[in-house]
Design a protein. Structure first.
Length: 400
């Protein structure tokens, strides 16, 4: 009800945004947002059999804001949760996908905000069926003007694998649609080839499989390598067409590719011990924000996918106060605020809290639960407020 709406409003209003020199550096630019399917942070600058897994991304981060401590906050909604978090600034649901369960809500989405501020046109591109994850319905609620899906692509048996059209033809064909959009635009691209169980044809294999005891991990490096190539192809094409300069690019992994079940293969690959500290590190996803002409910088601030939206808005020169989001600008985020996971676990400046056990963050030693209690309280509060907003459809009272 409306009282709950006011409670949420009060909490969210204390999330301050602080000024920085970067405010507005990308004002008015087109935005190209790319989700890197199943891409975990460890692939960046990682070599397998002496070869880089992501040579293009490794180069790109040298001229980008590269955030190397960003955590996957998705739950059962997988890709759709990653989309939900970025677009709404809310946490995903504890079970199921908000895309499927709450498409009729009022949302103050990133797309709405951009439309209101600079008349951005919002489009989304994905090679799978329109209705997957209920995207057709949810994208309307989020204010997308156009949704290019499978039916808008020339999809053949030759150019498809696993869930659909391969990433290279996907980007190639997308450019033709992108060219037609009115500017400035916000364009989201969901890649697909690097999806479990990581299948790839010989002709697309650019790197040898890894050599661990876990086939999933071995194949994963080849599909990540292919994804890297597809991004390179896309950038080249945009440069050729003069569509690169005036665009800010955001690339982010949507969630893990190697689930816990296969993690021992990852430990083998990286020659690391299977322990809580490394397990948490594997939950990191790469976040790259590339503004052409802007000098590169690696930012070690701890954060989550929920922090992407205010960070982008900051660069676009849009104030984030009063936008009902749980995210914090990564350029100013306080490390003492925990990164919150949907199951109530978290990672803070000094602790990891997982499955009701509190660990020291640096050494992974179990410590008394009392050390995690204060942050745990914040975690419960944020998740509850976010759930209230979603289940109570509270933004209908707050957003005109
Ligand atoms: C399918 C794509 C991948 O359209 O979103 O699915 P997911 O990663 O959510 O399993
Ligand atoms: Mn996914």
């Amino acid at each position: 009800n409306e009282t709950d709406a006011v409670t949420s409003q009060k909490y969210l209003q204390q999330i301050d945004s602080k000024p920085t020199d970067l405010f507005g550096i990308a004002e008015g630019k087109n935005v190209v947002f790319i989700t890197l399917e199943s891409t975990q942070g460890f692939v960046i600058n990682q070599k397998v059999n002496g070869e880089e897994v992501t040579p293009f991304l490794n180069d790109l981060i040298k001229d980008s804001f590269y955030f190397n401590q960003i955590y996957d906050q998705t739950a059962q909604g997988k890709t759709s949760d990653a989309e939900f978090i970025v677009d709404t600034g809310l946490y995903p649901l504890a079970s199921g996908s908000a895309f499927v369960r709450r498409p009729e809500n009022t949302y103050l989405s990133l797309q709405h905000i951009l439309k209101q501020n600079n008349d951005y046109y919002a489009a989304t591109f994905h090679g799978n069926d329109r209705t997957f994850w209920n995207r057709d319905q949810m994208y309307e609620a989020l204010g997308y003007d156009t949704y290019f899906s499978k039916k808008d692509y020339n999809v053949t048996e030759e150019n498809s694998i696993n869930y659909g059209i391969k990433d290279i033809p996907f980007f190639n064909q997308s450019v033709d649609h992108l060219e037609e959009l009115s500017e400035p635009y916000y364009a989201k691209f969901l890649t697909l080839t690097n999806h479990f169980p990581f299948l790839l044809e010989e002709e697309d294999t650019l790197i040898d499989e890894a050599d661990t005891e876990v086939g999933v991990v071995n194949r994963y490096v080849t599909t990540v390598r292919y994804l890297d190539k597809s991004i390179e192809t896309f950038f080249e094409k945009l440069k050729e067409k003069g569509m690169y300069e005036d665009t800010v690019f955001i690339l982010v992994g949507d969630h893990y590719g190697i689930s816990k079940k296969y993690e021992q293969g990852l430990s083998e690959l990286l020659e690391e011990q299977p322990n809580i500290v490394n397990h948490m590190n594997y939950q990191q996803v790469p976040l790259i924000i590339h503004v052409p002409g802007q000098e590169g910088q690696t930012i070690e601030t701890q954060g989550g996918q929920i922090d992407i939206r205010p960070t982008l808005l900051h660069l676009l020169g849009i104030e984030t106060d009063g936008l009902y989001s749980f995210g914090r600008n990564l350029f100013t985020r306080d490390n003492d605020h925990p990164v919150i996971f949907r199951d109530g676990s978290f990672i803070s400046e000094d602790y990891i809290y997982k499955d009701n056990v509190c660990y020291g963050k640096e050494n992974g030693q179990e410590v008394d639960n009392q050390y995690c209690e204060p942050d745990s309280e914040i975690v419960r509060q944020e998740l509850e407020l976010s759930d209230n907003i979603i289940f109570g459809d509270l933004l209908r009272f707050l957003v005109e």
